[in-house]
Design a binder for this molecule. Structure first.
Ligand code: MSP
Length: 510
């Protein structure tokens, strides 16, 4: 059986991890965990993009070798993965031999096929973006946009990859493969870009300008253009050319931000693969940006939200919950600390946390801490059980369609419904009654609350794996490995011994 292979973009080594990086990893992790729970074999890759001018400059500034600089950065980014509880199977660094070897192999292959040629190039170059610019990149008043930094005119010989000849093929491919770009509206942007003739891609940088890169196998005076280098990570990490390659390739999803769709992932990458005779990945999952007061977070604007602060203050799962609850995959979302606190206090603290503690607390007070049989089946039980049926169906469909924010909304509607059920049944009143039927109602109500909680915990496992496991453990259960067999309302908790009361989401000061 082929693995479900999913990747994130590999982060630039020259910056520090921020909310955007954290989001992409969590989003990809949620999909990976969801697929594992659905019974798929998952291969999940993330990593670091280490070559290029900016890294060379940062290392020089710090007075150390580029590789020493990258080692330290890799440690920081991997620490972020650990703190976010990311379940990646592998971490690729573009300075690793396994990667460099494949990049050189592919370049040689394209060169031998006549897909790469040398030519003189005269043009405007942005060192900050490490790219050549065209007239159309200018502002209306003829100046260069701020993002390019200093722009200089240069003449040099370079190697070019004949991507222009694949333009027609690519347009047809994107138009006929509805699943290739998700959400679909992003495909329009790509097709719009492809209305202009595609220039061949300059894939080399002369060594005198840039040393920190992978030397071209056919001309050691040049290093490889960073995007050509970086994109190859998706196949170098799974052993391109080795027998097991096809166990993972083609990738099911490359998860990327909207800024790196056009041209790298939607134009360069499929053309590179096509020219090499390698299958095209199934889907690019393109997410939006986290904004800070309406603007993209960036070093120069000084509006970066540091995920580490939020994780240390609120914990990993509340952070993951917030990211998935607030962002509609594909759209942008504005980060707000107030909104974070509101979600934490009301959804997690008041709705979920409160349900956990009252279920445990009352079960110990009235039922010796043991789950009794559901013996009564009256209107309140039926309503709750029916709602669960609808919740499970809807939420699973939403997971499948990457609608994590609505999946959570649906799950939390159910959690609130269990709390309402508790109010309606009022076990504290039933406990005072002499009527033997009320004793059965009391036991049933606590058993139903525990069962509802178990089901909600299983459903939340992809997004809040630790909270899910914790709740299941409190209910005397192991963590959920698979959805199958665990999502149906039943009496599997009968006789389970519950842990004492526990506060899952302690109150915090603003
Ligand atoms: N190194 C390239 C990717 C190479 S993939 C072969 C790169 N690195 S990055 O560090 O700048 O960005 C890594 C990912 O984070 C990208 O998918 C990017 O879209 C995403 N984000 C960076 N800032 C972001 C936000 N503010 N919000 C959400 N994600 C954004 O690009």
């Amino acid at each position: 059986m082929k693995n479900f292979y999913i990747t994130t973009a590999i982060d630039y080594a020259n910056g520090s991890p921020h909310l955007g990086h954290a989001y992409e990893k969590v989003l990809t992790d949620v999909i990976a965990r969801y697929k594992r729970l659905c019974g798929e074999n998952v291969r999940f890759l993330t990593g670091l993009d280490e070559h290029g001018q900016k890294v060379q400059q940062s290392a020089r500034k710090a007075g150390i070798e580029p590789i020493a600089f990258c080692d330290a950065q890799a440690e920081k980014f991997r620490e972020l993965c650990r703190l976010l509880n990311i379940s990646n199977d592998d971490y690729i660094r573009t300075t690793q031999e396994r990667h460099k070897k494949v990049v050189r192999q592919l370049l040689q292959k394209l060169f031998d096929k006549g897909e790469i040629y040398k030519a003189q190039y005269k043009g405007f170059y942005s060192a900050r973006q490490e790219q050549f610019l065209l007239e159309k990149d200018k502002n209306e008043d003829g100046t260069w946009p701020e993002i390019f930094g200093e722009v200089v005119e240069i003449t040099e010989s370079n190697y070019f990859f004949k991507i222009g000849k694949y333009q027609e093929w690519l347009v047809k491919y994107i138009s006929s493969h509805e699943d290739f770009i998700f959400p679909r509206f992003r495909a329009k942007q790509v097709l719009e870009f492809l209305k202009e003739p595609l220039n061949d891609l300059c894939i080399s940088r002369p060594k005198e300008r840039l040393e920190w890169g992978i030397p071209l196998p056919f001309d050691e005076n040049y290093v490889t253009y960073v995007w050509f280098d970086a994109l190859v990570n998706y196949i170098s990490a799974i052993g391109y050319g080795e027998p097991d390659f096809e166990k993972n390739w083609p990738a099911n999803f490359h998860v990327i931000g909207k800024d790196i769709l056009v041209p790298p992932h939607a134009v360069y990458w499929p053309i590179m693969l096509k020219a090499l005779g390698i299958e095209i990945p199934q889907s690019l999952l393109v997410h939006g940006w986290w904004l800070s007061s309406g603007e993209k977070m960036s070093k120069s604007l000084g509006n970066i939200v540091n995920p580490l602060d939020l994780i240390s203050q609120f914990g990993t799962d509340p952070f993951r919950y917030f990211l998935m609850r607030e962002m509609n995959v594909g759209q942008d979302s504005d980060f707000s600390a107030d909104q974070f606190l509101t979600r934490y206090t009301s959804d997690l603290g008041n709705d979920l946390g409160n349900l956990v503690s009252r279920t445990l607390n009352m079960s110990h007070r009235y039922c010796e801490g043991v789950v009794k049989a559901q013996q009564i089946d009256e209107e309140p039980e039926q309503t709750l059980r029916n709602l669960w049926g609808q919740t499970a169906d809807a939420a699973m469909q939403m997971y499948e369609g990457m609608q994590f924010h609505t999946a959570l909304e649906t799950a939390f509607n159910f959690i609130r419904a269990i709390n309402r059920y508790a109010e309606q049944r009022a076990p504290w009143k039933l406990a005072k009654s002499e009527d033997p039927q009320d004793k059965l109602r009391l036991e049933t109500s606590l058993a139903c609350m525990a069962e509802g909680l178990r089901l909600a915990a299983v459903l939340l496992a992809p997004i809040m794996p630790q909270v899910s496991e914790k709740i299941l453990n409190l209910l005397g259960q192991k963590s959920a490995e698979k959805f199958e067999g665990n999502l149906a309302w039943g009496q599997s908790l009968l006789g389970a011994k519950l842990a004492p009361q526990e506060i899952l989401f302690p109150r915090l000061q603003k």
